[in-house]
Design a protein around this ligand. Structure first.
Ligand code: S3P
Length: 180
């Protein structure tokens, strides 16, 4: 949505949504909110423990509630988890409440960035490369559907990606004060 009162980052695991999000929030004077972190704080448990106890479906319910709460306001930068776009209500909510940026990353870069990851339950099963390719096949069209702007982060450090994105946003994002 444009003009929009919030910025929202979507994209796959390892795209840099949290690290770039924090930096962008500082640059634009926005309050930073991270959906995964909000779920962890609300549940008092790690994402891995939540998956273990209530499964992926239970995690998605909690993710949906946390996203709605973070988007119930303005002047925020909200980083979402890689699977938040799977839910059609989430996609509509994002489009109504913010200017949505898709941080793209290819599977090769994801493998490098997430090589030692033990915190993401979806990566702890089977062939990691195949898992990432299967997730991308389903999700890439959804990221593209919801996004107002796309930045390819392949080969970019968080600092360079932040500067590039800040420049793009200064051109494309019209900041508004009121939620729709
Ligand atoms: C997930 C991505 C994770 C986290 C959870 C599920 C996904 O967030 O929400 O492990 O389905 O892709 P990041 O994209 O921040 O790693």
């Amino acid at each position: 949505m444009n003009p929009a009162p919030n910025l929202i980052l979507v994209g796959p695991m390892g795209a840099g949504k949290t690290s770039i999000g924090r930096r962008m929030a500082e640059r634009f004077g926005l309050e930073f909110g991270d959906v995964d972190q909000a779920v962890i704080e609300r549940c008092g448990a790690t994402i891995a423990t939540i998956f273990e106890h209530v499964g992926e479906a239970g995690f998605r319910e909690r993710e949906k509630a946390a996203l709605a709460q973070l988007l119930d306001g303005q002047g925020r930068l909200v980083s979402t988890g890689g699977g938040a776009v799977l839910d059609c209500d989430n996609r509509r909510l994002m489009q109504r409440h913010g200017f949505v940026v898709y941080l793209r990353v290819g599977v090769d870069s994801q493998l490098k960035r997430l090589g030692r990851d033990r915190a993401r339950p979806l990566l702890q099963r089977g062939d990691r490369e195949q898992v990432l390719r299967d997730l991308a096949a389903i999700r890439e069209p959804l990221y593209a559907e919801v996004a107002d702007l796309m930045l390819d982060t392949d080969g970019l450090s968080p600092g360079t990606a932040t500067s590039t994105l800040a420049h793009l946003l200064s051109i494309h994002w019209q900041r508004s004060e009121c939620a729709a």
